[in-house]
Design a protein around this ligand. Sequence first.
Ligand code: DGJ
Length: 745
Amino acid sequence: MPIFINEENMQFHLQGKNVSYVFHVMKNRQLGHLYIGNKLRNREDFSHLSKVEHRVASSYVYEEDPSFSLDLLKQEYPSYGTSDYREPAFQLLQPNGSRISDFTYRAHEVVEGKPALDGLPATYTESGTEAETLVIHLHDDVTEVSLELMYTVFHERNVVTRTSRFINRGEETHQLQRALSTSVDLPDADYSLVQLSGSWSRERHIQERRLQQGIQSITSTRGTSSSQHNPFLALKRPETTEHQGEVFGFSLIYSGNFLAQVEVDHYENARISMGINPFDFSWTMEPGETFQTPEAVIAFSNEGMNGLSQSFHDLYQKRLARGQWRDRERPVLINNWEATYFDFNEEKLLSIADRANELGIELFVLDDGWFGKRNDDTTSLGDWFVDESKLPNGLAPLVEQMNEKGMMFGLWFEPEMISRESKLYEQHSEWIIHVPERHPSTGRHQLVLDFSNPEVVDYIYERMSAILSEAKIDYVKWDMNRYMTEIGSIAHASERQMEVPHRYILGVYRLYERLLESFPHVLFESCASGGARFDPGMLYYAPQGWTSDDTDAVERLSIQYGTSMVYPLSSMGAHISAVPNHQVKRMTSLKTRGDVAYFGAFGYELDVTEMTKEEQRQVKEQVSWYKSHRGLFQYGQFYRLISPFQGDRNETSWMVVSADRKKAIVGVYQILARPNPGFNRIRLKGLDPEDEYKIEGQAGTYFGDELMHAGIQLESAYNGAQTGGIEESGDFSSQLFVLSSVNES
Ligand code: DGJ
């Protein structure tokens, strides 16, 4: 029984595998927070976890009780204006100008499993026994608005999910000016804030800072979750390491503008707030209308950052991603983008596909440039009709020829965009996100279609469905290449203009949902100039995403390492591209490029027909080797061993271990070679201490405990000896160790 309820003192205790979350109804009938952290045994009363005491200079709710100040109390979904001066979870603007509200407890219910969220991506259960959901019903008498706070706890996970729903039951219209998904008040601030930040082509780098009094936050105002910041933050204790210690992770299942914030108050309490970014947001609730916030996932680990990541990986892989591809091994693909850019014809595509097929590659992906008159990035977005000057016979014969050889076919779309130079723009220039009488800024020469307008979404659905029905298309890469500006929509009234970014994302989700219903066999890969919308919201529809446009093996170490903080390897598109690398011009060996890209949904993004015979031989070997370990790479337990963000940043290492701990693959990467280094060993993780393992290509066997505590000796070639090849010991070199149990069944 994971939810304990004490009806007498109105305390609620949610108990997951190793985590407890406790809250109660306070004296003012609002909800107070009592505890989150390591699992506690249940007891009758937890009220001693909240100290109520008068403090000089505080405001208090009741004249006769100066100790009851909301500024001093830990709360569940706080409001501003009634003695708490910290940033609130919500704010409701009323017709008389008031922003004061008082949502008090009315009832609660426990439901088996987890209800779905209307129109929004969310984690789910497959059986009623996996999780329980507690719904707390609150109501504000003055506005007649109700609030439902929903908490789900999974029996076998260290995760609690939260979401909120406002319901206008009155006769007046109100405006939500802020409606976050979660707020949690921790009783101290002795934490470091970990965030995943960066920019285009260097997404999700790990950054850390100690909490300080005041507000520290990351946000997006760009219309997507963005490559600048990911909708995630972790709070770790100063002593917490990769594999030991306590850490909380907060992740938002949302793809638009978000806020992830920690406010440390004057008594060193840390309030975590997460949800839709309140900046430039408001939502009008007419009588009878509701507003549902996205879901926030709160994970707790007492096994360091890696334990936290494993909780997210498992949850997002098994209970957020959906559909036919969720548990299936993902095909090795070849994408023609960096091979041809816009310059291709049927013959060229077939020549790449033929050669790729000979090398064992399973899926050919036709990227940008197949539609309208798109010979560069200035035209044709929105014109989803095959360009017959490039593909005179249309898509079907091309796809059939590939299918006959046993290759699957995938296609690129950028559904949310429109080029000014396009037929669609000639017909529907009003369909763009814009503000009348204001100049619309562009990005990559394109404008953003108004997905907050259902008519626009319907049209794009019809066009995409027509193309997806025209030929056997097994995969879609859904791209999105610019952020929003001059946000406005002619489809909505003036008081609803600040709803547009959220309505836009709801439109994106609706289109995904409809396409998945009509084409359930299609594997979707999300993309946004690489990884600018690599978030849990997207994972619900597209089980994999294009991690970054940066395919340089060295840059990818940081990007994939950071991404792994939250997202499983099966979700990370990772391709081998040509050298000199197109983004950073770096030369790296085919081996190193492979050794990095294997740790993801593996593929190629280059012209295989231009490779030498020797390179093609190597590619064939890589593909066949990856296929023989693909289940392990895509679905194994992932362990980070050496961080590219720490020390002198010269080395990175990680490994995957099979569920039965019989197999493991370790990757060790060196950026710059060092003369005469020490005798380095690397200590492994996740093995069975009792089991005996052999390392491919080496004599002898080792017990799991030895490999984890004493480690393995790195190849001397890797350590700089004269005998080593450049691929093992030079700059940008890598080593893979393949371990298998000698007792393998
Ligand atoms: C940006 C993507 O990230 C690339 O992979 C490629 O699809 C281009 N767009 C095509 O325009």
